[in-house]
Write a protein of this length. Sequence first.
Length: 468
Amino acid sequence: MFDLVIRNGTIVTAADVTRCDVGIRDGRIVMLGEALPKGKTEVDATGQYVMPGGIDSHVHLSQPSGDGIVMADDFESGTRSALFGGNTTVLPFCLQQKGQSLREALTAYHALAEGRCLTDVSFHLIVTDPTPNVLGQEIPALVEDGYTSLKVFMTYEGLRLRDDQILATLDAARTSGALVMVHCENEDAIRFLIGKHEQAGDLAPKGHASSRPVAAEREATHRALSLAEIVGVPIVIVHVSNREAMEEIDRARKRGALVVGETCPQYLMLTAEDLDGDGWEGAKFVCSPPPRDPESQAACWQGLEQGIFDLFSSDHCPFKFDDPEGKLNERGKKSFRWIPNGIPGVETRLPILFSEGVIKGRIDLSRFVALTSTNHAKLYGLYPRKGTIAVGSDADLALWNPALKRTITNEDLHHGADYTPYEGLEVTGWPETVILRGQVVIDRGKLVAAPGSGSYLRRQRSNLTKAV
Ligand code: URP
Ligand code: ZN
Ligand code: ZN
């Protein structure tokens, strides 16, 4: 009757913690109950938490990042790393180049992903060139085809949109039912401050943090929220780093806006001090928005506990450190301005939140599952196929040993970067066995799946855009 039965585990969903067996057939959960009949295969989960596989809805893989710069993960290494960290689905970005149609961009990214993924994947579209054709023709058609989320940038020359372009993109999203994610930092303010640093010869990595202050993030967050209110559309504010941006989200919600906040491990675990390491070591921590200070870390924890944040994602954006195509490229060795932005984290996201959040008593198990899986599925049109343990859902599961103590070290990780920002961090709890659509893909820490075992997911509209 069952292809696989997971027995004796503690089942954790965003709603409940219960003891029962999980019966799986044809890749889906078909029964939950006590003492289920024998399956063709059995996994004993005694002493383990059985959770929905993690969904990381903010991941960059094989994304071009400037002249001569190469991202350290492609779809194979990035999804392998994700799997080892307890994820069964990741949502990478498909970047539209200026002058390119969204369809052309998608064709290129599908070619990069095809046959290589070890988790299930689905693309968000980064809109950099919102032409009338992109807005009027492509976005509505692509939403129908299951590409139901977009990202826009308020920073980075070459990627940023002007306010009129953001308004037009939000309006296209409103009429088609796409959900828009916004990277909120004020590019003009950042350019101004980078200029000041350069005039002063202040070029070391720590200048990255001081040229991207909280005020630049807060102002852009306020503006993005205002633009979304004007259009009347829900938005996601991604990678929020500090209290002032959180307060903007809170105020917008109190005015009745539909806003989702996302934060990431770097804003809980790192600070701007990390960018001030010996020599150019600080380059390892250059990401945007930058890590802030201990008060901001405490604020982000509060946001996870109290609901300002519904999403906890990695913003995995890996570059090698000691490499001419990475952080220490020829120009990056001389000025922070040319250090590629982004840090790896897809494999460490879940263990860090489990250890620092659940084990340390800041959040409970169900909140952990909501923040790392269920809310991502609901928000990005994958629920209830993904993100929960229920009859009919895909059997995407992570079996956690909650007592396993590990010291995070790059040697043990599976990403393509040559470092982890969390080197030496001690964590308790790790997902030792991972199951993707009913197949054991990580068996007690050993990979037993091949590239191509992950599928591409066509998504429904977000529960949030359906609501308006
Ligand atoms: O520094 C970061 N976060 N790089 C990734 C691109 C982005 O803005 O998400
Ligand atoms: Zn961003
Ligand atoms: Zn990102």
